[in-house]
Every structure is written in structure tokens, then in C-alpha cells.
Design a protein around this ligand. Sequence first.
Ligand code: CO8
Length: 260
Amino acid sequence: SSSKIKVDLDSSNGVAIMQFQSPPVNSLSLDFLTEFAINLEKLELDRGCRGVIITSAQPKVFSAGLDILEMYQKSPEHYTEFWKAVQDMWLKLYGSTKVTIAAINGSSPAGGCLLAMCCDYRIMADNPRYSIGLNETQLGIVAPFWFKDTMLNVVGHRETEKGLQLGLLYSTSEALKVGLVDELVPEDKVLSTATETMTKWLAIPDHARQISKSMMRKPTIDKLLANREADIVNFVNFTTKDSIQKSLGMYMEMLKKRKS
Ligand code: CO8
């Protein structure tokens, strides 16, 4: 299968750019997640890499989130494997020792928002057509506790409570206002701003920054590690429910109809 993620490591500055190139919308399929984990693991072990910028090679979309087809009319075994891969993506990115920056050059719903929230810094294209947020409830599904924890750690309790219940997709200016993204820049400046920001973060000694990052994130990571199996069982039980399958089916239909 062709590569869904392109990785360029600049050996002169230790910065890797990871570009999502899985048309049409960089949905997080099992194949995508597996490739993501392998690439990130490689960079994590590479002492020549100090920072990672994630961005999209697709127009208009950063990532559409989890691939709904992986959660629709499949076997419990498939859901188990898929969910392990989603957990693994989060554990690797949220727990990365590298400086991670999201260059959000398009819409970023649900799992796409999660990817961005895992990074140390978020720069988004200032385009009124783009939105970002954990919109799960709008699909009739529930963001798991570690999605919630990740958002809580970025925007705080009150905003997470509102955002999660309403399944809010924030406009770029709203996202900036609540702190879901750190900066808005013109679309053609997203990547260059990410690179400039990376330089600032890399000016800090790695070990001191890494210990500080770990101090902030370890309790959240440990919580999933201690509950991984139960979280999988919960996902499989939830996803195999008729009512949930029906909601997902209707949502897919809505996406298709909306097009024409
Ligand atoms: N999964 C699978 N297919 C998708 C997804 C997706 N997440 N998103 C879009 N597609 C498909 C569309 O159906 C469409 O297919 P087709 O060409 O066959 O009709 C194609 O991709 C292109 O989509 P659009 O025409 O909609 O493209 P646009 O550029 O107009 O819009 C958007 C791009 C904004 C990304 C839009 O597609 C969108 O809003 N997608 C849905 C995003 C979404 O709601 N994702 C939520 C996924 S759930 C999740 O990530 C977390 C789940 C947590 C676990 C829950 C426990 C049960």
C-alpha cells in the first residue's frame, strides 16, 4: 500500500516534518494509525531528531478524525485492534519527548482535534471555513476519558464541559479565544510559523524541557495505561450496540448527502 504519511527530517536542525497524505480527508484508518506509530517511534529513537511538526498535505483538511468505516459494521475483533491502534497513537504522541507542533492547515474535527491537542503548540490557518473541536456527541457517540483529559489539559474544565457536551466545532477565532489553538496565521504562513516557533522551543535544553513536559503529562498518560484493557472493552461494547451503529450509519449518510 502507498504511504499515507510523508516524513522529512532536516538533519541540519533536527526538525522532522510529518505530512499527512491520505486522500480525501486524512481519516485515521487502522493503516494510517499503524504508519503514524511506526514513523513516530522511529523519530523518537533517533537522537538526531529534536522536534516534530505535524501537518496535512491535503487541501482544506488537517484530519477528519477517526475513520468512521473502521467503526461501522465490523467484527468485535476488528474494533479491538482498531481501538488499540488509536490508544497507541495517543500514547506515543502525547508522551513524546520531542517538541511537537501542530501546523493545522485545515479542518480538524474529533480525532483530528485530538492529534492537534497532543502537541506542545498549535498554529492554525486563519480561514473562516475551518473548524476544530471534539464533536463526538453530534455523532451520537462519546469521546473517551482520555480525549476528555487531553482537552481539559489544554482549555480547562469549564470550556471542556461545554465543548464536549455540545460537541462544539470551534471557528478559528473561537478556538484562539478559548486557547484550543495558540496562534492564527494566514494559510500560507502556517508551516513557516511552525518552523520559527520550533526554533524557540529548541533553544531550551532538551532534558529540562522533557522533564517538565513529563511532569505535566505523566498522570494523564498513566491513567490510560492503568485502564487500557477496560477502555478497549468499553469501546467494543459501545460500538457493537445497534443504536450506535445506527447513529454512525446515519452520520455517514448525512456526510454523503451534504455534498451534492
Ligand atoms: N471517516 C470516514 N470517512 C470520512 C470521514 C471520516 N471521519 N470524514 C469524511 N469522510 C468521507 C466522506 O464521507 C466523503 O466520502 P465520499 O467521497 O465517499 O462521499 C469524503 O470523506 C470527503 O468528505 P467531504 O465531502 O465531507 O469533504 P469536505 O472537504 O467537504 O469536508 C470534513 C471535510 C470537514 C473533514 C468533513 O468530511 C467532516 O466533517 N467529516 C466528519 C468528521 C467527523 O465528524 N469525524 C468524527 C470521527 S469520530 C472520532 O474521530 C472520535 C471517535 C471517538 C470514539 C467514540 C467511541 C464510540
